[in-house]
Ligand binder design. Sequence first.
Ligand code: SDX
Length: 430
Amino acid sequence: MSEEFARLTIGDTTYKLPIIEASTGERAVDIRNLLKETGLITLDSGYMNTGACTSSITYLDGKEGILNYRGYRIEDLAENCSFTEVAYLILHGDLPTFEALKSFRQDMRRFALLHEDMIHFFDSYPPNASPMSILSTTVNALHNYYPEMNESEDPYGGYTVTAARLLAKTRTIAAFSYKKSIGHPLVYPSPRMNYCENFLNMMFDRPNLPYKIIPEAVSALNKLLILHADHEQNCSTSTVRLVGSSGANLYASISSGVSALWGPLHGGANQAVIEMLENIYADNKDFEKYISKAKDKNDPYRLTGFGHRVYKTFDPRAKIIKNACDDIFEILDINDPLLDIAKELEERVSNDQYFIERNLYPNVDFYSGIIYRAIGIPTNMFPVMFALGRLPGWIAQWTEMKEDRTRIGRPRQLYIGHPQREFIAIKDRG
Ligand code: SDX
């Protein structure tokens, strides 16, 4: 705790507010006693300036474009690890030993099946049901089949198993929802495959057309999931923490995170990016039409995949994904016109004063859909891929909130409605 204070003068009184320092040197004004000392609250809609918690999981530097998980650079993790290894790091705080990773993988294999009764859930959705809707409801329903995690007090003793269970079963739910949507038989998880191979096999294997695992696709998927694994207090993670702070179980909290992620301003952006690129391509590549719409104050249209609340420079994840696009296209000898459209749009935006002045750069969602397409994942599954990647982060953040014995989240407000007024019975209201 630094000895520095902020001084807040209200009327004739000056209050001293402690300034606390993060391990990375960032500082914050601690207003936890503001209401008690001054009788005033702060107002910060959208939490643009408000820290909701302390955390030791992820560090972002929006100016420098830095993203670290538990102190490790995202670039090093994306280049050298599997998603399971990074999930373990985020959940446990350190990279796993060979034995720990083997045991974590075994847990994930052990828990990969869904209770057979849950298979009927998928029959009750229409074929065009949103995979995010299916994911959110089915994850929530897991609690009815695996309630035991509520009895465990030890955040890691009990939740380690639950984390492995959630990671494994959520991947199965995602793949089953896709198979059901195309009317194909479900492909069950294999005990001989790691996380990403298993997912791709469950998605694309068919009795009449066996799926051939493509190492480059597995590697690209590992990289994408790693890049989505956590991102401090974004909208969906804050939702998971807030719901969990009421004492709601982990499955219900994660289910709410899936719902928050679904929005096109958040995890739904990767799907919206592809739809935007397809529109530009279909509209004779009329880039300027879409760029002008995005700049028009009277038009709600935005260039999805650009801009970020924290990054005011290139999102480090977007850089890695853009390079991965080139790699996988070259290796798989793919030619997707949308990649050329994306690169030209990025080029035009990077030279446009409107975007330069507002520090609007490609974010994690801008190029990710291009790779998902190259792997064969349908566009409406892109937000689900984001959720699969973000799951270890949500679980770790929820567990940290529990460990910190965080009080129930309950923001305040400024009331701007009617002053108190006399009630008039309906017979006298005219
Ligand atoms: C994710 O928080 C996270 O960490 C999220 C995430 C994660 O890993 O969890 O990184 C994942 O959600 C990435 C973001 C995906 N969303 C999109 O790509 C949707 C398009 N982007 C925007 O809607 C917007 O940039 C947000 C939502 C990402 C950020 O919104 P902010 O911080 O509230 O910024 P803002 O809306 O106040 O914009 C500031 C200015 C405004 O113009 P002025 O009023 O100052 O004139 O920039 C403009 C905005 O109109 N602007 C855009 C724009 N984004 C912002 N103009 C055109 N196109 C855009 N994409």
